[in-house]
Write a protein that binds this ligand. Structure first.
Ligand code: BES
Ligand code: MN
Ligand code: MN
Length: 454
C-alpha cells in the first residue's frame, strides 16, 4: 500500500485542479434555472468515473435530476462496495456574505472555498480518486466497486428512492460507503454510526377572508400570526420537551456504552456556546449538548411568513400566516407516523377562530449502524492507519435520508466515513473543505478498499 499512498500524495495538485473544475459547476438542485448545470454536472461526474477506470458508467435520467451509476466487477468472489454521494449543492444566498464568488473556487492556506466544497463534491471526489489511484498503480481493485451519485440529496432524495427499490440487482452490494458527514474534530479519524431522520411540515393558518385594517378590526377577530405563534409556543414545555402526544414513544434510549463514549470525548459546552456567540445553551432537560444533538429528537421552526415584512410600519391584520417546522428524528421514530401525530396535535390545539392546514413536505428515516459490522471494523483500521490516530465513533444530528433505504432494500451495511467539519460552513456562505482532510480521505478510502477485501 505504501506505493499507492505515495502515488496519492504525489498527485495531490492534479486532484485539486480537477476538484476545482467540479466545484465551478453551479449544480443547485433546488433551482429550476440550474437544470442544465445539473445535467452538465452529471456528465462531469460520469466522465470522471470513466477516467478513474470503471468498466461501465451510465447516466440514468429520472423525473428530477440524473443519477450517475458506475461499476467495476472484476473481482468475482470478493466483496462489493457501493459508494454513494451527491453532486448537487445548496443555494448560495445570502450571496453578499461570500468573500469570494461561490462558484469560483479559491484556495487559502490549506482550505478550498466554494459551494459544495465539503458538502458533498469534495468528499465524494475522494472515492473517485482512490479508485483511480488503485487502477493506475495496480491495474485492478482487490474487490468490486459500484458508484451511485445523485443530484437531489439537498431536496429530499425523492427520485433515488424508487430507483434503488427497482434496481436492487444492479445495486447489490455488501456495504454502502458514504462520505457526507463530519469528523469529530480537525485531524481526528471519525466514523459516524447514527444519523437523525426528518419530518418537514408546513402549517398554514387562515383567519379573515382578506387583510384588515388593524384599527377598525383589531381586537375583534383572531390574528393568524398571533394564533400561529401561540401554536408554536405550545409545542415545547418549560423543560424543553416536545408536547405532541406519543412523540417520544419509539425513541431508542442511549445505552450506557454510548453515554460513556460521549463522556470520553470531553466536549466543551462553554467553547461551543462561545463559538456560536450565545450566552447560554438551551435544550431538553436531563441531557447534555451532544446527547441533545445526536440522540434526541427535536422540533424547530425554520421559517415564518405572514403580514407586512417591508421597511417601516403598516397597520394590518393579515389574512394568512405560515410556518415551516422540521422535526429531527432518532431511531426508531418513523417520519410518516410523526407527521400524523404532529398534524393531529396541531389541529387539536388550534382555536375555532381560524382554519388550519398542515402539510407534510418531506421526510427521511433515522438510521443506526452496528459498530460490530465487518465494514465498520475495516473502516476503523483504514482511518486509524491513514491518520495515525485512534478512531472516534460519533452520532450525527444531520440527516442523509437515503441511507436507511440502502440498508433496508439492499440488505447491506453502511459506512459513514465523513471527512468534513461542522465548522466548514455547509449550507452557508464561505463553505470550504480542508485539503489535508481531502488527501487523508483519499488515502482512507484506498486503505478501506484494501482492508475490506481481505
Ligand atoms: N451532508 C448533509 C448531512 C450532514 C449535515 C452531515 C450536517 C453532517 C453534518 C446533507 O447534505 C444534508 O444537508 N442533509 C439535509 C437533508 C434534508 C435536505 C432532507 C439535512 O440534514 O438537513
Ligand atoms: Mn451532504
Ligand atoms: Mn447538505
Amino acid at each position: 500500500m505504501k506505493e499507492l499512498i505515495d502515488h496519492i500524495k504525489k498527485n495531490e495538485q492534479t486532484y485539486i485542479e480537477e476538484l476545482i473544475e467540479f466545484l465551478k459547476i453551479q449544480s443547485i438542485s433546488a433551482m429550476p434555472e440550474h437544470n442544465d448545470d445539473m445535467k452538465k454536472c452529471a456528465q462531469f461526474v460520469s466522465d470522471k468515473l470513466k477516467q478513474a477506470g470503471l468498466s461501465r458508467v451510465e447516466i440514468f435520467t429520472t423525473e428530477g435530476h440524473p443519477l450517475v451509476y458506475g461499476e467495476w466487477l472484476g473481482a468475482p468472489g470478493k466483496p462489493t462496495v457501493l459508494v454513494y454521494g451527491h453532486y448537487d449543492v445548496q443555494p448560495v444566498d445570502p450571496i453578499e456574505l461570500w468573500e469570494n464568488p461561490p462558484f469560483e473556487p479559491v484556495i487559502k492556506g490549506r482550505k478550498i472555498f466554494a459551494r459544495g466544497a465539503t458538502d458533498d463534491k469534495g468528499q465524494l471526489f475522494m472515492h473517485v480518486k482512490s479508485v483511480e489511484a488503485y487502477f493506475k498503480k495496480y491495474g485492478s481493485l482487490p474487490l468490486n466497486i459500484k458508484f451511485l451519485l445523485e443530484g437531489e440529496e439537498e431536496v429530499g432524495s425523492i427520485n433515488i428512492e424508487p430507483f434503488i427499490k427497482s434496481h436492487t440487482d444492479l445495486l447489490k452490494c455488501d456495504t454502502v460507503l458514504i462520505s457526507d458527514t463530519s469528523l469529530y474534530e480537525k485531524g481526528v479519524p471519525t466514523l459516524t454510526y447514527a444519523l437523525r431522520g426528518l419530518s418537514y411540515m408546513e402549517i398554514e393558518v387562515t383567519g379573515p377572508n382578506r387583510d384588515l385594517h388593524s384599527g377598525s378590526f383589531g381586537g375583534a377577530v383572531a390574528n393568524p400570526i398571533n394564533v400561529l405563534s401561540e401554536i408554536i409556543s405550545k409545542l415545547h414545555d418549560k423543560k424543553g420537551k416536545i408536547t405532541i402526544p406519543e412523540f417520544y414513544k419509539d425513541v431508542a434510549v442511549l445505552t450506557k456504552a454510548e453515554k460513556e463514549n460521549i463522556k470520553r470525548l470531553h466536549f466543551s459546552e462553554t467553547k461551543f456556546a462561545k463559538d456560536l456567540g450565545v450566552a447560554e445553551l438551551q435544550g431538553e432537560a436531563g441531557f447534555n449538548t451532544l446527547e441533545r444533538i445526536w440522540a434526541r429528537p427535536t422540533l424547530d421552526c425554520n421559517g415564518i411568513i405572514g403580514g407586512f415584512t417591508g421597511k417601516g410600519a403598516k397597520t394590518v391584520i393579515p389574512s394568512k400566516a405560515t410556518a415551516k417546522i422540521s422535526m429531527r428524528l432518532v431511531p426508531n421514530q418513523e417520519p410518516n407516523k410523526i407527521a400524523k401525530l404532529f398534524t393531529k396535535y396541531i389541529k387539536s390545539i388550534a382555536p375555532k377562530s381560524v382554519k388550519v392546514k398542515v402539510s407534510f413536505l418531506h421526510g427521511g428515516s433515522p438510521c443506526m449502524i452496528p459498530l460490530t459490522d465487518k465494514a465498520t471494523i475495516s473502516a476503523t483500521k483504514a482511518m486509524e492507519k491513514a491518520f495515525n490516530k485512534k478512531i472516534v465513533y460519533m452520532r450525527e444530528g444531520g440527516s442523509i435520508p437515503i441511507v436507511n433505504t440502502f440498508v433496508k432494500s439492499l440488505k447491506a451495511s453502511a459506512v459513514l466515513m465523513g471527512l468534513g467539519l461542522d465548522s466548514e460552513n455547509l449550507h452557508s456562505p464561505n463553505e470550504h473543505f480542508d485539503l489535508n482532510h481531502f488527501q487523508l480521505g483519499i488515502i482512507s478510502s484506498a486503505l478501506f478498499i484494501d482492508e475490506y477485501s481481505k
